[in-house]
Design a protein around this ligand. Sequence first.
Ligand code: CUA
Length: 314
Amino acid sequence: MDKFRLFPVQGSSSAQQVDWLYYGLTAMLVFFCLLVFIPLIFFCIRYRRGAKVDRSNPSQGNNLLECGWTLLPLLIGLGFFVWGAVIYYHVERPPQDALQVQVVAKQWMWKLQHAEGKKEIDELHVPLGSNVELTMASQDVIHSFFIPAFRTKQDVVPGRYTTEWFHPTRLGEYHLFCAEYCGTDHSRMIGRVVVMRPADYQRWLTTGETGRSITLEGRRLFHDKGCSGCHVGSSVIHAPPLEGIYGKQVPLASGEIVTADDQYIRDSILLPAKQISAGYANLMPSFTGHISEEEIMQIIAYLKSIGDQPQGGK
Ligand code: CUA
């Protein structure tokens, strides 16, 4: 793990693709560098002071050459754009079947929780050969979740959710870094990612302090925080019922229609006045300061579990 090497090992399914793009870009740069510098050095020597060479400079044009050296780099540039865009598209879209892990960043540690309930700090255990999706939030400043061996990096931003996914293809331990300068101990905001055999992972999930699943925690919070006092059908207070709302289109009082995704639910808890559901009054108190990022994620997981999962989106 600590041996010097130019590139980290390729530990995920996207590592090779990212590396090939990088090699391709480097090869192109080397090619164009040589294309400019070899003639430059040649002409420096050939036309040095005192050399007896023909210095007449007849003006001449060559349209083929002009078009060629304009179009060729343009096509190469567009080729790299398409190549990069295809990889980006792949890397940015988590597959539907991914294991879910919630990540909360703070100065200066990573707090992680697996859907089954197991919690970790500055460590992430994942099974070999499965897709893993991280849903991430920050409770203070911008951090960035970076696993070099997986060639994956994503900013973790206060006030919104970001996601990151990977498919580990190699057993072992890998570095986890914070890749966004986030204050005094930024350089110590590090950890490790442990890729285990699926059977070992299952055993790990169920040993030690396992806790309750995120969904169960969410259900408990939904009652303890008082959400259920208003947001169930039988309530006296006129509030939107939340069963099945996750992933649905919600009409707002403003006339807009939004999707009830993680971000929408998070905003509704912390900034209830921001998006009022059509047909309801602005009654709900804000929970800012009364609920942690982990708890919001748990409530979202619970609402997700009591709603129909939409196809193809999240
Ligand atoms: Cu967190 Cu740098």
